[in-house]
Write a protein that binds this ligand. Structure first.
Ligand code: CUA
Length: 313
C-alpha cells in the first residue's frame, strides 16, 4: 500500500510538472482530443491500479500464516457466481466507455476541420533534417513557420528512409514514408515556438532531427515566406540545418570531416555533386534540392564557411 501510494504520488507530481509522464499541454484541437483520450484511460487504469494493489496488500495481511505449519492446507473456496459476474461485467463496461470516448474523439484527430483557407505545406523528412515547402515556392529547413489560428494541412513525405513527424503540442505522430504521401494537420491556438523530434529511428543522426513550428501572426508569416527564398537566408538555413549536423557550425568538422579548409566548397559543380548524391557515410542530403537552393548553399559556403586551403597540407 505504501509503495502504491508512493508510486502514485510520484506519478502525480510528475504529471503536474510534466516530468515526461503526461502529454505536453495541447495547442491544437487534434492534440486536445488525444489528451482527453489519454486522461480518460489514465483515470480508469489509475483507479484499477489502486483497487488491485490495495486488495492484494489487504489479502496478504488477512490471510497471513499466523504461525501455521507450511503443510497445513488453507480454507478451500469454490465459485461465487455473483462476484464472478461483477468482475466480468464491470471490465466490459469500462472497455465500452473507453471505446466510445476514443471513437468519439478520433474523427477530430485524423481529419482537419473544414476551413476556407487552409495553408498547405509539404513536410519532407530527410536524413537528417526537415524541409518545408510553402505554397509560394519558399522552402525552409527545420523551422516550419505557420500563422496562428489557421488550419495547416501537411503532406508528409520522405525521399530516403522512414521518419516520423511529431510536434507533441500540435498533435500526434505521422510517419514520413518513402513512396507515399501521408496527411496531417494542426491549427495552433496561440503564437509561440513548438518543438518536436523525429520519432522514428532513421539512422546515425536521428536524434538531431529536431523540428520547430514557429507560430506567428499572419503578417509575420507572410513576411517570412517572402524573405525565405533570399539566397543568404536559405543558404544559411541549409548549411546550419543540414551540413552543420555532421560538419560543425563553422564547418570545423565533427562527425564529418572539416570543411572550412576544403577547396571543394569553392567549386559549385563538385559541391553540388556530393550534396546531391552523398558519398561514403554522407547521405544524399540534397537529392531533392532545387537549383536555386543549391546556388544558395554554394554562395553561403564560399562566403561564410571556407577559410582558405590548409597550408602545408
Ligand atoms: Cu528522421 Cu529519426
Amino acid at each position: 500500500m505504501l509503495v502504491a501510494v508512493a508510486v502514485l504520488a510520484t506519478a502525480g507530481v510528475a504529471a503536474a510538472s510534466n516530468g515526461g509522464f503526461a502529454p505536453v499541454a495541447p495547442n491544437s484541437p487534434n492534440a486536445s482530443r488525444t489528451d482527453t483520450a489519454y486522461y480518460v484511460i489514465l483515470a480508469f487504469t489509475g483507479a484499477i491500479f489502486v483497487l488491485v494493489e490495495s486488495l492484494l496488500v489487504a489479502f496478504v495481511w488477512k490471510y497471513r500464516s499466523r504461525g501455521r505449519a507450511r503443510t497445513v492446507e488453507g480454507a478451500q473456496v469454490h465459485g461465487h457466481t455473483r462476484l464472478e459476474l461483477i468482475w466480468t461485467v464491470i471490465p466490459v463496461i469500462i472497455l465500452c466507455v473507453i471505446g466510445l470516448v476514443v471513437f468519439y474523439e478520433l474523427p477530430g484527430i485524423s481529419s482537419a476541420p473544414a476551413a476556407a483557407d487552409p495553408l498547405h505545406v509539404t513536410v519532407e523528412g530527410h536524413q537528417f533534417y526537415w524541409q518545408f515547402d510553402y505554397p509560394n515556392g519558399a522552402r525552409s529547413i527545420n523551422d516550419l513557420h505557420a500563422p496562428v489560428g489557421q488550419v495547416v494541412d501537411l503532406d508528409v513525405v520522405s525521399p530516403d528512409v522512414i521518419h516520423s513527424w511529431w510536434i507533441p503540442a500540435l498533435g500526434g505522430k505521422i510517419q514520413a514514408i518513402p513512396g507515399r504521401t501521408n496527411h496531417f494537420w494542426f491549427k495552433a491556438d496561440k503564437q509561440g515556438t513548438y518543438t518536436g523530434q523525429c520519432a522514428e529511428l532513421c539512422g546515425l543522426y536521428h536524434a538531431k532531427m529536431e523540428a520547430r513550428v514557429i507560430v506567428e501572426t499572419s503578417a509575420q508569416y507572410k513576411r517570412f515566406v517572402t524573405s525565405a527564398a533570399a539566397p543568404q537566408v536559405l543558404g544559411k538555413a541549409e548549411f546550419q540545418g543540414v551540413c552543420a549536423t555532421c560538419h560543425g557550425m563553422q564547418g570545423q568538422g565533427g562527425y564529418g570531416p572539416n570543411l572550412s579548409t576544403n577547396p571543394l566548397l569553392t567549386q559549385p559543380a563538385g559541391l553540388e555533386a556530393i550534396v546531391r548524391t552523398g558519398r561514403g557515410l554522407m547521405p544524399a542530403v540534397g537529392d531533392t534540392w532545387t537549383k536555386a537552393q543549391m546556388q544558395a548553399l554554394v554562395q553561403y559556403a564560399k562566403a561564410h564557411v571556407y577559410k582558405g586551403a590548409a597550408s602545408g597540407g
